[in-house]
Design a protein around this ligand. Structure first.
Ligand code: 3PG
Length: 396
């Protein structure tokens, strides 16, 4: 997979990259500085630059004509995760050990933060069943953290303009719907069940792309949907504490996140902000969108009464649970968006699948979620399908 090679111009020039099956001589490995966010021009520059310089290549099986930006974004399903990565991402095949370590660290942090968020989110929702407010607080915490970071110059202030905000708006609407729907789901069913259904997001991705955007996929992609859909269906049918709102919330979240990724891919092309700032702007816009709806659906009266009940049951610690779920929501998302600056969509989607496994297993253990073996089998099949999907979609 790793292909850092030195080349000699006599044996290799840009035209030699035109055949996919080009027989590659054993590359002479060299240590390269990590090249991140390699864009088309950088890539071409490297090809045409001094012949003494090492050449950055994607990988030997993409030893073809230099990949254009279009080719980089060619993956047609708006993957379960963040299709924005398809726009900003890179070839990561020259990951050296430092880069691998860094990615490992990102993943470990992302999963850990996500697990902690899910645990505290559920604890809060059990005591205080107002998902619209908790969703709003998650976005508010993130917005506050980022505004402070910008004000104190801890983070670089993004240069955004009206066009950026206009393009971000539909992404934020979809993000808001997906976030609230997932939280509503988790207020009604076990965390594990929400995440099992959320592992079905690739199926939504392919079906929406197929039926709304008219995009076709190779047969392996459709086949990978069978275990995903079958596994989710088996799990839903055998779920001991099935609840229709909980189920529909997770399904709506899947659909909304697919549209978020489509809007993100279509609207944000060519715009450049870091992953961290992109997510910060998304949070702030989503907060502005969500707040009036949260007030309309639940409202301060219910919140005040619910808060008093929760504090009387849990004690003063309840406040810290709310803080934890809000802050960890922002942190895990921020890390996941930051990791997009470092890794390929494939690596990301595999990471996201593994993340779901961590959340499902941890939440079952912590909340002692009752589980029938057939239910667990459904979850395992669905997750396996997601993993297969993440493999075949990137071959597309
Ligand atoms: C949310 O509240 O936005 C969801 O829990 C997000 O879930 P995901 O990041 O695991 O898709």
């Amino acid at each position: 997979m790793i292909s850092s090679v030195k080349y000699t111009p006599s044996s290799l020039n840009t035209s030699t990259f035109s055949c996919r099956k080009f027989p590659v001589q054993k590359p002479q490995l060299s240590t390269l500085p990590i090249i991140q966010n390699v864009k088309k021009n950088t890539y071409l520059n490297l090809l045409s630059s001094s012949n003494q310089k090492p050449l950055y290549l994607a990988c030997t099986n993409t030893f073809i004509k230099p990949r254009s930006r279009n080719n980089l974004t060619e993956c047609k399903a708006y993957e379960a995760d963040r299709s924005r990565s398809l726009d900003i991402n890179i070839d990561v095949s020259d990951e050296n050990s430092t880069q691998k370590f860094k990615i490992g660290l990102y993943f470990a942090t992302w999963w850990a933060l996500n697990v902690v968020f899910n645990i505290y989110n559920k604890k809060v929702l059990n005591a205080f069943p107002y998902p619209w407010l908790t969703s709003t607080l998650s976005l508010a915490a993130g917005s506050l953290i980022m505004l402070i970071s910008w004000a104190t110059r801890v983070a670089e202030v993004p240069k955004v303009n009206f066009d950026f905000l206009k393009a971000l708006f539909p992404v934020a609407v979809a993000h808001t719907i997906g976030h609230v729907a997932a939280t509503v789901s988790m207020s009604k069913v076990a965390v594990s069940f929400t995440h099992i259904i959320k592992s079905g997001e690739p199926a939504f991705s392919v079906l929406v792309s197929r039926f709304f955007l008219g995009e076709a996929f190779p047969m392996p992609v459709y086949l990978s949907l069978l275990p995903i859909i079958g596994g989710c269906a088996l799990s839903a049918l055998t779920e001991l504490n099935f609840n229709m709102i909980g189920f529909m919330g997770a399904m709506i979240s899947n659909l909304a996140f697919v549209f978020r990724n489509i809007f993100s891919k279509k609207g944000m092309k060519g715009m450049s902000v870091s992953g961290m700032n992109y997510y910060a702007c998304l949070s702030i816009l989503s907060l502005l969108i969500l707040t009036p709806f949260a007030i309309a659906v639940e409202g301060p009266k219910l919140w005040a009464a619910g808060w008093q009940t929760a504090v009387s049951q849990i004690g003063p610690n309840f406040v810290w649970w709310v803080v934890a779920q809000s802050v960890f929501y922002h942190l895990y998302n921020q890390v996941s968006y930051m990791s997009l600056d470092q890794i390929s969509p494939l690596t990301f989607s595999i990471g996201n699948t593994m993340k779901r496994i961590s959340v499902i297993v941890t939440s079952i253990l912590i909340f002692h979620t009752p589980l029938k073996p057939v239910n667990a089998l459904g979850a395992a099949i669905a997750i396996l399908g997601t993993f297969l999907y993440s493999q075949v979609i990137h071959l597309n």
